[in-house]
Design a binder for this molecule. Structure first.
Ligand SMILES: [Zn+2]
Length: 278
């Protein structure tokens, strides 16, 4: 359920003591686990107001990232960024994931891709500018599809090598193809199946990988026997609705699996906004 709103336009604010600071390093974020089991990130009061880069605001709290930090506030530790998926509060995990999306963009765009000069921050817009040749670099979002393949009251769930979590088929949209074409191609490549009757479910920003996930339901067409690509998957099985397990970790894929478990084929005309964020 959405209880907050992200203001992601580039409108840098001065840090106030209770705002939040993300310390990122490759694949990790600095957190502290509270006695309640929930976690938090440092405040400006704890982190100091130097070297902060404004990210966005959620309701009345501004979020910053600390650049070039060799020291960190006492009592905090770095954890794998994806570990925050499993932690509460989920709205902080959404902020961490989205901040990490921006961190990666800043981190990997320090030099001009055209002439190699060090890029500079544009004073008013979220973009990096080359002072030598004028080349401008904007934040990017990579679209990817996720698809609930159904056969009557059965849902196709897949596993990947090294993971025991059952998940939906997903993959990147390639250049020159629509999201719907990406669904057909990914399903064919990963499972050997054909699909029809695509039904849009909704989207979700997924900042860990700079993605926008685009969710569809689809019906299998023809022979329903999966032939999984064993380079990508370790298995693909049809699971009856009543045997689908509840999903503990919030994501678009989890929402789709749970929707099918409790309602069957997705038939709402206007997807509800509340499905698609933490
Ligand atoms: Zn340049």
């Amino acid at each position: 359920m959405i209880t907050n709103h992200i203001y992601n336009q580039y409108d840098p604010q001065d840090p106030s003591p209770r705002d939040t600071v993300f310390f990122f390093r490759r694949g990790e974020v600095l957190i502290r686990t509270l006695p309640s089991g929930e976690y938090r990130c440092p405040t400006v009061e704890e982190a100091g107001s130097q070297c902060l880069r404004y990210l966005f605001r959620i309701d009345d709290t501004c979020y910053f990232m600390r650049e070039e930090s060799e020291t960190v506030p006492e009592g905090y530790e770095y954890v794998n960024i994806r570990h925050t998926r499993t932690l509460s509060p989920h709205d902080l995990s959404f902020a961490v994931m989205t901040g990490y999306h921006l961190y990666q963009w800043y981190h990997y765009h320090q030099f001009c891709g055209r002439c190699g000069t060090r890029l500079e921050h544009h004073p008013r817009d979220r973009k990096m500018i080359c002072p030598e040749c004028g080349h401008a670099v904007y934040p990017y979002v990579k679209p990817a599809i996720i698809v609930a393949i159904t056969d009557g009251d059965r849902l196709l769930l897949t596993t990947r090598p090294g993971h025991d979590i059952r998940a939906l088929v997903a993959g990147y949209c390639e250049i020159g193809e629509s999201a719907e074409e990406a669904v057909s191609r990914e399903v064919r490549e990963e499972t050997g199946l054909a699909v029809t009757d695509l039904k849009y479910f909704g989207t979700q920003p997924w900042g860990y990988d700079a993605n926008l996930m685009i969710g569809y339901f689809a019906r299998v067409k023809g022979d329903p026997t999966p032939h999984p690509d064993m380079n990508e998957l370790s298995g693909a099985v049809w699971v009856p609705r009543e045997e689908i397990e509840d999903q503990a970790i919030p994501s678009l894929g989890s929402e789709m699996i749970m929707y099918f478990k409790y309602h069957g084929w997705f038939s709402e005309e206007v997807p509800s906004e509340e499905y698609f964020r933490f």
